[in-house]
Design a protein around this ligand. Structure first.
Ligand code: FES
Ligand code: MG
Length: 585
């Protein structure tokens, strides 16, 4: 038998090639491989090329996604890295999601992208996969999909955008988007100036330049061990980013050869490291939902009370907007994640495995030496003494709620006030700016029906605008409560992710204007000061009617989406039984 025939029948010695993976489609395995090779040879491949480890690369470029606008350069660098390491790169498209161009919300489509990613990894022959993502929902979707697919996988982040300059002031998306828009709404700046700002907020391709969800998920992915060391921080347009891409390609080949599966990296300890990092960076609240969803795919349940305990002993150290002053490119110049992880060392599981085959601790030992910088603070001089996020509970949120305390007004964290209720996003839009709205700065704004099923897709509408008449009077913050999410780039005393949501009959559904609500962040309480009898009567008068749809993805979504405390994943995408908790107790 010639060497060629031998290979075609799948008996060749040497390393396994992904071309042989899952050969069951057409009669015997030999014929399946024969067919598969015949077709891929249509693209001009030789037998020698096809005998290498096959590394799939998800191409998530799209004309609608400037956050992934460096995709062509990244793909080239990843392919170079794979070939230098002796692998065969094969790129393939999956869904791409951009925050601003995913109606009704990118969160509504995150699970769809995760299914696409999982099934394309499963369907196509590959020994390992490079996941290229950046914009908010893409990295979680890819990690969820890859966790379920189970093959060796490595995450490559597209990288942050540069910052712009408006009349001498440095600006970046999208904390400054909100700040300038707030000034425009308050009549402080005119049409011309807001137009000028619009040109400067997103001055290059790449993801938002503050510690929003994209930057948070980049840091979290590195903390999970899912990127190469230093993979979180290089901006999208830099040579550093391209070198990370080349190294990522090489690492994927190594992972394929050593069969380093994703389940050896995404352990309970890795998730605990990621939660520490989330707290220490003052990261986006969205990341809690995403980490819960990724962990859920592996049968691991996040204990929110433990997250809160960790928060009490994990200070915010990274001085980035919206909690602090700097931007992602400054974090990169300050040494990026190595600088932060070194500071957090006593709180981390240093033996957690990473994609390089080295542990987090080993990677830290290899990192460049520390130097003087002012973006990552030492633990004895934090930006904020406690972690960025606190977990609340009480009769208004029996399944929990969260608040990003590092972005809140300290004067409002212990507050009792009168509820001013909006039934849904449309009601809010209609009334919030009216001069006749009965509201004052001590009130608590409540927005219902923006939860996972309510909107649906849990929009980032939890950042309820300050009513115009209060904004004009100079009010900068007010307590706000909803079952929705908030952009990682937003700030304010804002309670989010109330579980259960209003749309499924959570107590939030029965709050009425005039009720009293008490928020105590120090006691971690969110209390509706209305008696159980009154609440029970209101429930009887208007029993909940959960939303449903006639057909299509929306029907699937509404029928199977879980609440925020379970990651807003579809119930059928999680394994039937949990296998452990985070932290690992
Ligand atoms: Fe893509 Fe902000 S819009 S990261
Ligand atoms: Mg965002």
């Amino acid at each position: 038998m010639s060497r060629n025939q031998d290979k075609l029948q799948g008996h060749a010695g040497g390393e396994a090639s992904g071309m042989r993976k899952g050969l069951t489609s057409y009669g015997d395995a030999g014929f399946s491989l024969f067919l598969r090779k015949a077709f891929i040879k249509g693209a001009g491949y030789s037998d020698t090329a096809l005998d290498r480890p096959v590394i799939g690369i998800t191409d998530t470029g799209s004309g609608y996604n400037p956050c992934h606008g460096n995709m062509p350069q990244l793909l080239e660098a990843v392919q170079r890295g794979i070939m230098l390491a002796g692998g065969l790169p094969v790129k393939f498209p999956t869904i791409s999601l951009h925050e601003s161009f995913a109606h009704p919300t990118s969160m509504y489509l995150r699970n769809l992208m995760s299914i696409d990613t999982e099934e394309m990894i499963r369907a196509q022959p590959m020994d390992a996969v490079v996941l290229i993502g950046g914009c908010d929902k893409t990295v979680p979707a890819q990690l969820m999909g890859a966790a379920s697919a189970g093959i060796p996988a490595v995450q490559l982040i597209t990288g942050s955008m540069l910052t712009g300059s408006h009349r001498g002031e440095r600006v970046g998306a999208c904390t400054d988007c909100r700040r300038y828009w707030g000034r425009f709404r308050a009549g402080e700046i005119d049409d011309d100036e807001i137009g000028g700002v619009n040109d400067q907020l997103v001055p290059s391709v790449g993801t938002c330049s503050v510690m929003g969800t994209a930057s948070t998920m980049a840091c979290v992915a590195e903390a999970l061990g899912m990127t190469v060391a230093g993979g979180a921080s290089p901006p999208a347009v830099t040579a550093d980013r391209m070198r990370v891409a080349e190294e990522t390609g090489a690492v994927a080949v190594q992972m394929a050869r050593s069969h380093l599966g994703i389940d050896r990296i995404l352990t309970a300890n890795a998730f605990e490291n990621a939660m520490r990092v989330l707290l220490a960076i003052g990261g986006s609240t969205n990341a809690i939902v995403h980490l819960t969803a990724i962990a859920g795919r592996l049968g691991l349940q996040v204990d929110l009370k433990a997250l809160d305990r960790m928060g009490r002993e994990t200070p915010v150290l990274v001085d980035l907007k919206p909690s602090g002053r700097h931007y992602m490119e400054d974090f990169h110049a300050a040494g990026g994640m190595a600088t932060l992880l070194r500071e957090l060392k006593p709180l981390l599981h240093l033996d957690a495995m990473t994609v390089t085959g080295r542990t987090l601790g080993e990677e830290l030992d290899r990192a460049p030496a520390p130097f003087s910088q002012d973006v990552v603070r030492p633990r004895d001089n934090p930006v904020y003494a406690q972690g960025g996020i606190a977990v609340l509970q009480g009769n208004l949120a029996p399944g929990g709620a969260i608040i990003k305390q590092s972005a809140a007004d300290p004067g409002l964290m212990e507050h009792e006030g009168r509820a001013v209720v909006f039934e849904n996003a449309a009601d809010l839009a209609q009334r919030v700016d009216g001069d006749d709205l009965d509201v004052n700065a001590d009130d608590i704004l409540v927005l219902k029906n923006i939860g996972p099923k309510g909107a649906p897709g849990m929009p980032e509408a939890g950042y309820i605008p300050i009513p115009r008449k209060l904004a004009r009077a100079g009010v900068k913050d007010i307590v706000r409560i909803s079952d929705g999410r908030m952009s990682g780039t937003a700030f304010g005393t804002i309670v989010l992710h109330v579980v259960p949501e209003a749309a499924v009959g959570g107590p939030l559904a029965y709050v009425r204007t005039g009720d009293r609500i008490r928020l105590s962040v120090s006691r971690r309480e969110l209390t509706l000061l209305v008696s159980e009898q009154v609440l029970a009567r209101r429930t009887q008068e208007a029993p909940p009617v959960p939303p449903a749809a006639e057909r299509g993805y929306r029907k699937l979504f509404l029928a199977t989406v879980t609440q925020a405390d379970e990651g807003v994943d579809f119930d059928f995408l999680r394994p039937p039984k949990p296998v452990g908790t985070i932290p690992n107790t």
